[in-house]
Ligand binder design. Structure first.
Ligand code: NAG
Ligand code: NAG
Length: 435
């Protein structure tokens, strides 16, 4: 009977659809600049290939925007064009046909002449149809020319200012809440919110025939100010949430704390955790399947003073900003997973013990490691980090909430050489197996 055939096919489709829907996506951020780093932090194309065996989507970061013409531009023309890096990356599609390659714009890498993250251009672009059009045409041209499968907007909106969260100061500052928000945020946020949705609509019209369009929320960009969630969700294929870096030595030099808790912690800013951010987006949209949680591969590290105490229990008072730069990555206050792994195994200062690791049996907050300051005046270090186990717990959250997947920031700071435990990309793998 034709009818029963139809229902069999229908059931098969349903089955296929639901089993497909249950597989979480893994979005891998790839920092193009890691190709030209010095020493062991340099990630070669061969090493990148290993990661591509695990990723569904590779997001190449980052392109920028020209402040005068509003056209998409390379942030490193030497690498991009002279060294043909885009072409070499896209050539990997032949070997990894299941992976989609997106080009990402912004990502806090597009800096102004003073070396500060550029936000002006990103807002001004929104304001005029001609500017949006110039961006749209140039972006689509670049994607087409090199063969990218789509565009990711890691839009550089202005960020919320850091909040001080302790004791008496906390109370005083809460009294001035309204004043606080103003000093940091865009006066024309309402208009920019509407215009950003318009930009996405205009891009989506083009992308339908030209590939994937995604949005990446950078940490501390307030979605309630800049994102009309209901509209935006119609235009993008997915959203990667900036659910990491809630606490960093740059923003909070005097207090060290778990950088990216899964759930709300006692007596902290209620929005500074992954669960809150996800809830916010779920509350505003019917489509949780389009949401990806951001997970960092790297740690944030603070210097401890003698006044920071010896317990290591966060929040840690009286820290003195970013810990010195790691040997491989060379960025103060930021340690790649292999750098953390080494500190957990090898004595921190000659003759002294490695960092003391403190796990999280509740699986709700996060893990850290530290070495308190010495009486003789030597500074200590406090490191909030993600390891393969804690990252897998976050991947488990994706299933529990029916979300779309995980966006990993980024693969170049995972242990791509297998220095730590003889396994390459342990964090990436761990998330993949959990998804
Ligand atoms: C602060 O924001 C409020 C509400 O958005 C507004 O009414 C007020 O004028 C702002 N104050 C300043 C100084 O910008
Ligand atoms: C989401 O909605 C629930 C129910 O209305 C509310 O209790 C909760 O505070 C909301 N959370 C966020 C983060 O908006």
């Amino acid at each position: 009977m034709p009818n029963s055939w139809i229902s069999v096919i229908f059931m098969l489709c349903l089955f296929w659809h639901s089993s497909y829907g249950n597989v979480g996506k893994l979005v891998c951020y790839y920092d193009g600049a890691s190709f030209v780093r010095e020493g062991p932090a340099q990630l070669s194309l061969r090493e990148l290939e290993i990661a591509l065996g695990f990723c569904n989507i590779l997001v190449y970061g980052y392109a920028g925007i020209d402040a005068e013409t509003f056209k998409l531009k390379s942030l490193n023309p030497q690498l991009t064009y002279n060294q043909d890096h885009y072409r070499h990356i896209i050539a990997l599609k032949q070997k990894f046909p299941h992976v989609r390659f997106l080009l990402s714009v912004g990502g806090d890498r597009d800096l102004n002449s003073e070396g500060v993250v550029e936000t002006e251009t990103y807002l001004r672009l929104l304001e005029e149809p001609e500017r949006r059009n110039s961006f749209k045409l140039s972006a689509i041209e670049e994607l087409r020319k090199f063969g990218f499968d789509g565009l990711d907007l890691a839009w550089q909106f202005p960020k919320n200012k850091p909040k001080v969260e302790r004791g008496a100061i906390k109370k005083a500052w809460h009294a001035f809440k309204g004043w606080f928000k103003n000093s940091s945020i865009d006066e024309k946020a309402e208009e920019h919110k509407e215009q950003f949705a318009t930009l996405l609509r205009e891009l989506a019209v083009q992308m339908q025939t030209n590939g994937i369009l995604s949005l990446t929320m950078l940490p501390h960009v307030d979605a309630s100010l800049f994102i009309d969630v209901a509209s935006v969700m119609n235009y993008v294929d997915f959203v990667n949430l900036g659910t990491y870096d809630f606490q960093t030595p740059e923003r909070n030099p005097k207090v060290a704390d778990i950088p990216a808790p899964l759930y709300a912690m006692y007596d902290r800013e209620p929005s500074f955790n992954l669960d809150y951010q996800v809830q916010y987006w779920i509350n505003q949209t019917a489509n949780a399947q389009k949401l990806h949680i951001g997970v960092a591969t790297y740690a944030r590290a603070w210097l401890m003073s003698r006044d920071s105490g010896i317990t290591g229990y966060p929040p840690i008072p009286a820290t003195e900003g970013a810990a010195p730069m790691g040997k491989q990555t060379g960025v103060p206050g930021l340690l790649s997973w292999p750098e953390v792994c080494e500190l957990l195994q090898v004595p921190f200062n000659k003759d002294k013990a490695p960092l003391r690791k403190v796990g999280d049996p509740t699986k709700r907050f996060g893990i850290y490691a530290y070495h308190a300051a010495e009486d003789e005046g030597e500074k200590g270090i406090w490191v909030g980090y993600e390891d393969p186990t804690s990252a897998a717990i976050k991947a488990g959250y994706v299933h529990a909430k029916g979300l779309g997947g995980v966006a990993l920031f980024d693969i170049s700071l995972d242990d791509f050489r297998g220095q730590c435990a003889d396994e390459k990309y342990p964090i990436l793998r761990s998330i993949k197996y959990k998804l």
